[in-house]
Each structure stands twice: as C-alpha cells, then as structure tokens.
Design a protein around this ligand. Sequence first.
Ligand code: ADP
Ligand code: MG
Length: 248
Amino acid sequence: MICINNVSKSFGKELVLQSVSCRIERYTPTVLLGPSGAGKSTLLRCINGLVTTDSGQITIDNVALPRHPQQLREFRKSIGMIFQQFNLIKRVSVIENVLCGRLGYTSIFQSLLTRFTNADYELACQYLDKVGLYDKRLQKAGQLSGGQQQRIAIARALMQRPKVLLADEPVASLDPKTSLVILDLLTKISEEEKISLVLTLHSVELALQYSKEIIGLNQGKIMARYNTNKTNAKELYSVYDQFEEVAN
Ligand code: ADP
Ligand code: MG
C-alpha cells in the first residue's frame, strides 16, 4: 500500500535517509524500529510530506505524494498522525481539539463558529466515545492525563477518516501500563476502521506484541525486515547492536 522507493534525505551535511526502499502492506501494523537518530521519525514524516525527500519516490495506493502544496494538503487528509507529545491545544476543550482533525475539510473562508457542521460534531462525539472520553469532552485538554491526551490525539486523527495512521513514538511519554492501553486501543481501532497503522517504537517487546511487520532502521538504512511471528527479541536487538559497533 505504501511504497517507498530509493528515498534519500539530508539535513545539511548529514545523510539521514540513504536510499531507503520498502513496502508497507495494507492493514498490517508495521513498526519502524531502531536506535535514536536512525531516521525513523524522518521516514515517517516523509510519508505524509511533512519532510520533503531529496530523491526517490513515495506512493500510497499507487498515487505519488504530490509536491504542490494544495495537492499535498488534499493528499494529507488521508494520512493521520499522532506524536509522542500529543500536540494538542491544551487550553481548549477536548472536543474542540478533536474537531481540529476536521479542519482539512472546511473552507478557510468559513468563520470558526460556522466551520464545523452538525455531522462534524456527531463524528467527534462518536470518536470520543470510541476512545472512552465522551464524558470529558468539555474539559480543557491540558487538564487530562498523558494517556487521556493521547486518546484525544487518536480521536482527532480519526476525524480525518484516514487510510493510514502514522504514530511517532506514541507511547514514549507514557508509563508502561498506560502504554499498553494506548497500543491496544490503536491496534483495535485501526483494525475496526480499516486503517493501516505505521508506528515507531522504542521497545522491542512492544514492537513484537503489537505489530505484524518490523522494519529495522539504523543510520538511515534499512538493516532488515522481520515478520513478528518469525522473529524474537534477541534477533531484534541486533538492529541496535550494529549501531553501537559503528559508533564505537
Ligand atoms: P529517530 O526518529 O530515529 O530518532 P530522526 O529521524 O528524528 O531519528 O533523526 C535522524 C537524524 O536527523 C538525527 O541526527 C537528527 O538530528 C536529524 N534531523 C532530524 N530532523 C531534522 C531537522 N528538521 N533538521 C536537522 N536535522 C534533523
Ligand atoms: Mg524519532
């Protein structure tokens, strides 16, 4: 479904992605695994055009990522994203944060008051219910716990009705128990809503538990690809070992 072909990216002199090629299959939760600085976030950001590639091509359902800003904006509606730090507007209500996921579908000429339709509100309530936060919809987002804030971000992403959901270290700021709850929710929702989930994770164990495919990234290169059923933690740790050998 997502086809990454020979993608390279430098920041200044640093080559962050070096001819990366891989395919991410539809409805197959896929984890990008690798040490800090491997280029995981950059690759994820290339997939939705937040970072422009220097060379190579990315296609989603055989459609190439457009370069033109207007077309890119349109394309991006189908790609939701959630982040380690949740990226919410903390001073506004939970439901307003969720509605923000719908902004790509409203006209910039509409005032904020008339921007959202009743259908938007209904959808927001439906997704808030799905992530278990309907009762908290009128509270300020910043007053909620980290796990709850990530649930808001998930509901906001769902408002886009995305085909693909990119999650960049979605549980890195959460305690271990909450991390499991959030990953359970993410994998369950992506299955129910027919969304293809691509995550970056720090933990080998969580990657094994929650994904079907694992792509090992190190120093901007794909080191290996693993099917979760046919690998184990020891093998996956080698993705990190190689980095240390080079670094030493
Ligand atoms: P990871 O997510 O695997 O930790 P990143 O993709 O965030 O890795 O970063 C890979 C490398 O690219 C790092 O060395 C980082 O400093 C660099 N990098 C990432 N984003 C930028 C940016 N916007 N400007 C300059 N350097 C960047
Ligand atoms: Mg990262």
